[in-house]
Design a protein around this ligand. Structure first.
Ligand code: BES
Ligand code: ZN
Length: 597
């Protein structure tokens, strides 16, 4: 009987303090025609209450056909009522058994699964990928869907013989020939890090411990784009200790992947919108790689504490960018994040701006806003500045070591912070306003502010552009994407569209290859009305909203569109056509913005 500090998780039915899951052995067949996974999972158990006999799991529209005990007899079970967000509670009478096997199949509408038709992939073959965070794992595996429970897993997965299957586990680099793949994940992971992808995928090594999987037509571009991955691994290890997951590979998901990246252990999933051709979007790889420490090693105990995952990771991300690409670029990134945060805070109800949240009864995805990311990382920056890096870096490194493979909550972190960092440094929690940071709204006054010299130069240029209108005088030589983004953000939306047309003619912004710049530019084009005046721009907007499904890009553009009458009509047209290609996470977000009824 081990003593794991299980949290009471408002987003899970599970009762791990009674009986916890410690290992899964999956056996699944992937049926692309029926859009179903079917098979079984043997669940190995860990008892935490004397003589406990009931195992409680989370499920979401799983069709459970049979539950059996190790001696082959059937176990009694009860499936509770279905809730659209939380699914249903599965209670199994396991008696004194130390394992139980659930035979089941998934629903075609399983929220974690996206089944892509050949027309939706670059290879022209079908593709399946999972997205389990935050509480979608329960829609493809019956398990304890709370980040405070960790388990190891093995899996046998059967797929069409011409496709490769990959998991957040030790992975093959070539097709098996038979379509059967066997996986093993010895490190214990929480449920939200369970992942599976099946497609026409090929592998290319990047370094000794890293590589990339992608569909054949994007593999070269991906290998070129991600060439700095190994250097990043070395940089993080130097700061925060050894990489504990053996390999770090990337999987370029199809364009409908709803996130920039997802930190599935050993195999980060990334959007193909990163393939800008110039390695300029590597901060996202830095972010997902950083989760190998913050999140995957030390894990938020519940989604109320998601800032412990995302805020720490955003802090690490900017530190890695500084290590690999230098101070100047890191400062620009920090300043952009601060702009995003200030903008976001201005529009949020104060109750939605806390780091430690209470999301009981709500979909935890609602709590994973940039507040958790950017206020969280600013909090760590503030601590770093208060005690200095010679204290702060070893503190974080020791934190990852001490709590590796364990859940963390805000109160535990605060206690650890106080005794391990603040007291030795002679700094009091009061002078840093810790309570306001963790439990108060908005941003405390000691929040760091960034002043990039490069952005100041951009600001001066924009100021003179607005007085002269002389686009030809803009000196953009050597600009990084961050400077372009900052420039676009600085353009007034009511300055008249002829300036935008001139900028577009001079710099080809509407045809840009860097989606991070393009989304800013198209947002500006919509807000200023430019997109409605020039059919080519409107076409590029529709194309952008159709060819990729990243929520971070869709949301601001649809929002900008619906804020005017003619934009709202256009949003409905574009969305009606694009919606079938989006992931359920994206349609969930955009349905709230664009009313198709
Ligand atoms: N773990 C997140 C993605 C996520 C968050 C999925 C919440 C489901 C619920 C991932 O690490 C992430 O933060 N991705 C960002 C990119 C990052 C550079 C900010 C994204 O997808 O935009
Ligand atoms: Zn993240």
């Amino acid at each position: 009987m081990s003593t794991q500090p299980f949290a009471t998780d408002p987003h899970s039915h599970a009762e791990p303090h009674v009986i916890a899951v410690r290992h899964l052995d999956l056996d699944l067949e992937v049926d692309f025609d029926a859009h179903r996974l079917s098979g079984s999972v043997r669940i190995d158990l860990e008892r935490h209450a004397e003589a406990a006999t009931e195992l409680v799991l989370d499920t979401w529209r799983l069709d459970v056909t049979d539950v059996t005990l190790p001696d082959g007899t059937a176990a009694a079970y009860h499936l509770g009522d279905h809730d659209p967000v939380f699914g249903s509670r599965l209670a199994i009478a396991v008696g004194s058994a130390d394992s139980v096997t659930v035979h089941y199949r998934t629903d075609p509408a399983a929220r974690a699964l996206q089944w892509l038709e050949p027309a939706q992939t670059s290879s022209g073959k079908q593709f399946l990928f999972t997205q389990s965070q935050a509480i979608l794992a329960r829609s493809w595996v019956p398990l304890q869907d709370t980040p405070s429970v960790r388990f190891s897993y093995d899996a046998t997965v059967r797929v069409p013989a011409d496709l490769l299957a990959l998991m957040s586990a030790a992975n093959p680099t070539e097709r098996s020939g038979t379509g059967t793949y066997r996986f093993s994940m010895p490190q214990r992971v929480p449920s939200y890090l369970m992942a599976l992808a099946v497609g026409d995928l090929e592998f290319r090594p990047l370094g000794a411990r890293s590589g990339v999987y992608a569909e054949p037509t994007v593999l070269d571009a991906a290998a070129h784009e991600f060439a700095d991955t190994e250097a990043m691994m070395t940089a993080v290890e130097r700061l925060y200790g050894p990489y504990r997951w053996d390999r770090y590979d990337l999987l370029v998901a199809p364009p409908s992947f709803p996130f920039g990246g997802m930190e599935n252990p050993r195999l980060t999933f990334v959007t193909p919108t990163l393939l800008a051709g110039d390695r300029s979007l590597m901060s996202l790889v830095a972010h997902e790689l950083a989760h190998s420490w913050s999140g995957n090693l030390v894990t938020n105990a519940t989604w109320n504490d998601v800032w412990l995952n995302e805020g720490f990771t955003t802090y690490l991300e900017t530190r890695i960018v500084e290590e690999v690409y230098g101070d100047e670029l890191a400062t620009m990134l920090l300043q952009l994040y601060r702009q995003d945060l200030d903008h976001l805070l201005a529009g949020l109800d104060p109750s939605a701006t806390l780091l430690a949240q209470d999301l009981a009864g709500r979909d935890p995805d609602e709590g994973a806003t940039r507040v958790a990311y950017d206020k969280g990382s600013l909090f760590l920056r503030m601590l770093e500045q208060a005690v200095g890096r010679p204290r702060f870096d070893p503190f974080l490194r020791a934190y990852f070591e001490r709590y590796a493979f364990r859940p963390m909550d805000t109160a535990t972190f605060l206690a650890h912070l106080t005794t391990e960092l603040l007291e030795p440094a002679g700094v009091s929690p009061e002078e840093l306003d810790l309570d306001a940071w963790l439990h108060g709204p908005g941003l405390p006054a000691n929040a760091p502010v960034w002043k990039s010299a490069a952005f100041a130069r951009v600001d001066r240029q924009v100021a003179s552009l607005l007085t002269t209108g002389a686009v030809a005088d803009l000196d953009t030589s050597g600009w990084s994407p961050y400077e372009w983004i900052h420039m676009v953000r600085a353009l007034p939306r009511d300055a008249g569209t002829s300036l935008l047309a001139d900028l577009d003619a001079a710099f080809g912004l509407t045809q840009g290859r860097n989606d991070e710049i393009l989304v800013e530019w198209l947002g500006c084009a919509v807000e200023s009305g430019y997109a409605f005046e020039v059919p080519r721009v409107d076409g590029a907007l529709a194309d952008f909203l159709t060819r990729q499904g990243r929520v971070k890009y869709l949301r601001p553009l649809y929002r900008a569109l619906v804020s005017t009458d003619r934009g709202a009509a256009r949003a409905r047209e574009i969305y009606a056509a694009a919606r079938p290609g989006y992931h359920s996470v994206a349609t969930g977000a955009i349905d709230r913005i664009v009313d198709l009824s």
